[in-house]
Design a protein around this ligand. Structure first.
Ligand SMILES: [Zn+2]
Ligand SMILES: [Zn+2]
Length: 372
């Protein structure tokens, strides 16, 4: 924030920040018409009800533009893990097909990123959870609650994810219930939230299984390698990677995973391989701490979890090369930045490791609100 900014009202600061974000998106070139189209759509959606006939003339909503054709990926939140930082939201991405958004994960901060990206949240009908760690789910109660309170939603929101997803949606409905009771009595609301929000548990499979197919996209999933066997044998919880195939493009979101042959199988020949990454130094330091903890009698430590269940740049490169993907997009970056807006190490620490493992294609280290 500059000293000039401190003289501005909070609302004006927020408006300028949003405009700056849009300018950053527009600066990505090919994304510019897409962003302009989304902005117009959002402006229409937020204009509210038309004035009753006979009321003084007020500016009406702009004509709704035709949806921008094609498939884009919007990186909403790229922070890795449960920490909260200023310049990267927790994990969330959107696939937008012919103007229709599909959300993958919904960590803390993603609702605000949906607004800043101009995708918005009222019209969102499909959410896919890679797994149910809270850095991938925390904004779900806020998202569903505010979709209901917004009052404009006519179609249900379907939430897909591994075992426990239906329970999570039920819990979000529980969170929303008191708000709904108040507004139903006090504002004459008539929609029962339970009719709007549905959770679906998806089986974790070794071979890709179909999760959803509509006129725009086919979504398939496999089990990823985020929970080791000594954990999965003692709990029903699993993690998933998703593949989206549209008319012109194919995209895999790995979610959190260590190296996985199942993920390689899912990602065969994909255009965009959106893959989590942990710097080699993070792996090394956590492995050392895990060994210390084990020597002290604790074989199941947080350090062991971090080291065993994420991918080093070499792991990403090996998966990408074997699957023959076209472009690697790194997200869920571990560690996060030490200074606002940056990483505490060179980006080449990630990209060199991916290439050294044999991947010769393009490698993108993603940032929040990047459009691909
Ligand atoms: Zn995570
Ligand atoms: Zn996780």
């Amino acid at each position: 924030m500059t000293s000039h900014d401190t003289e501005l009202s909070p609302a004006e600061r927020g408006r300028r920040h949003a405009l700056a974000s849009l300018a950053r998106l527009a600066a990505t070139g090919a994304a510019a018409p897409f962003v302009a189209s989304l902005a117009a759509t959002t402006a229409f959606a937020q204009t509210g009800a038309p004035a009753p006939s006979g009321a003084p003339a007020t500016p009406g909503p702009p004509p709704r533009p035709a949806p921008q054709p094609g498939t884009r990926v919007v990186m909403l939140g790229t922070h890795g893990g449960p920490g909260i930082e200023r310049d990267r939201a927790q994990t969330s991405s959107a696939l937008v097909v012919d103007g229709v958004p599909y959300l993958v994960d919904c960590g803390y901060g993603s609702l605000r990123q949906l607004v800043l990206s101009t995708i918005g949240y009222q019209q969102l009908d499909a959410i896919f959870f890679t797994h149910l760690h809270d850095d991938h789910t925390s904004d779900l109660p806020a998202l569903l609650s505010l979709q209901w309170t917004g009052g404009a939603k006519k179609t249900p929101t379907e939430v897909y994810g591994p075992n426990g997803t239906a329970r999570l949606v039920d819990a979000a409905l529980g969170f929303l219930r008191v708000n709904a009771e108040i507004r139903t009595v006090d504002e004459g609301r008539t929609v029962d939230p339970a009719t709007l929000f549905h959770g679906h548990d998806v089986a974790a499979s070794a071979a890709p299984i179909r999760v959803l197919a509509d006129e725009r996209v086919t979504v398939t999933a496999v089990e990823s390698a985020h929970y080791p066997p000594h954990s999965t044998e003692r709990m029903p919880h699993r993690a998933l990677s998703y593949r989206f195939d549209t008319k012109g493009r194919s995209v895999v979101f790995t979610g959190d995973t260590a190296y996985s042959e199942k993920v390689v199988g899912l990602a065969k020949g994909v255009d965009l391989f959106v893959c989590e990454v942990m710097a080699q130094s993070v792996y090394d330091s956590n492995m050392a701490r895990a060994k210390e903890a084990e020597a002290a009698g604790n074989p199941v430590s947080i350090a062991r979890h971090v080291a065993e269940t994420h991918s080093t740049p070499a792991d990403v490169g090996r998966m990408a090369a074997k699957a023959k993907v076209k472009t690697v997009v790194l997200y869920h970056l571990l560690p996060g930045p030490r200074a606002p807006g940056g990483l505490d190490y060179a980006i080449t620490n990630f990209t060199d490791g991916v290439r050294a493992a044999g991947f010769a294609g393009e490698v993108v280290v993603s940032q929040d609100l990047m459009v691909l």
